[in-house]
Design a binder for this molecule. Structure first.
Ligand SMILES: [Zn+2]
Length: 292
């Protein structure tokens, strides 16, 4: 079973948990993305794994050689927006201009037009589901921005947990949610990496992926950020919960990903889900049905 490995390429001062930074002052912070991405590339290279790297347009503009290095290593280049603004905080017009700006920055950096999109902090929710139509208009064929869980900031509870094609007025888009498992009582728990991989023991993620692969016969989509591999990360969040979510477990993260890459098979999003997928959902689910 081939699983999907994804990496969200951004600086340590970009996550939504980091307060008081905005695109106007990002240049004031020392960059760490180049060495962090190199650490991610080395990790994947050790296991001969190719993944999908969702690149922030701002990073592509400021560090184009980093994007070229990712591409040269054989990975797929996706898009993680330009300015890391949460989709449900912007208007459709603002989302469209941010997306077009990101696509151009990535094209200018490496010559590739991204086809896969991941929103900052999984911020395509019922409030911002309109974004999928704009993504299709911007040329995207795959999206991985909807988390089918209940969470204080993101998620669509009850959303299908595995791949499906969604029909938007502009055309279809293949939606690939990050891995989750279903617990007794119809509770859905995330097992797809990021903070959950950092904060919880490895066996939690490992058991979750095994269950998805063996019991549900489905690939799991897993993600991490290059900054999660950086033990010397400057601490920038305020408040206990934000600090816990952002900085706990950094020193063990590389070892956990190394173990994950050794135990399971991973590939790029486009390898696991080529443009046409064979599934009962291939015909497409109307967006209206999802949005209620
Ligand atoms: Zn992000």
């Amino acid at each position: 079973m081939l699983n999907v490995l994804t990496v969200d390429v951004e600086e340590y001062f970009h996550p939504s948990e980091v307060p008081a930074t905005s695109i106007g002052n990002w240049n004031a912070y020392p960059s760490r993305v180049e060495s962090q991405v190199q650490a991610a590339l080395d990790l994947l290279d050790r296991h001969n794994v190719k993944g999908t790297f969702f690149v922030l347009g701002w990073v592509a503009d400021h560090h184009p050689h980093v994007v070229r290095r990712i591409l040269a290593a054989g990975h797929e280049i996706g898009c993680h927006s330009y300015a890391h603004r949460l989709v449900f905080d912007v208007t459709p017009a603002e989302f469209a201009s941010d997306t077009i700006r990101a696509v151009r920055a990535i094209e200018d950096a490496c010559g590739v037009t991204p086809r896969c999109y991941r929103a900052p902090s999984y911020s395509i929710t019922l409030r911002s589901i309109w974004a999928l139509e704009i993504l299709v208009e911007c040329g995207f064929t795959h999206d991985s921005s909807i988390y089918p869980i209940s969470h204080d900031r993101y998620g669509i509870p009850g959303f299908r947990r595995h791949v499906q094609v969604l029909k938007t007025p502009a055309g279809p888009i293949t939606e690939i949610p990050v891995a989750t498992v279903e617990l007794p009582g119809q509770r859905i728990a995330p097992v797809g990496g990021g903070a959950y991989l950092r904060l919880l023991p490895y066996r939690y993620t490992g058991a979750g992926i095994r269950r998805i692969n063996r019991l549900e016969n489905q690939p799991a989509c897993v993600y991490f950020h290059p900054w999660e591999l950086d033990e010397k990360l400057p601490r920038m969040t305020k408040g206990f919960l934000s600090g816990l979510r952002t900085y706990t477990g950094l020193s063990a993260m590389a070892g956990k990903i190394d173990r994950l890459l050794g135990e399971f098979r991973f590939a790029r999003m486009m390898d696991v889900y080529p443009s046409r997928i064979a599934s009962p959902h291939e015909a497409g689910i109307a967006l209206r049905a999802v949005a209620g």
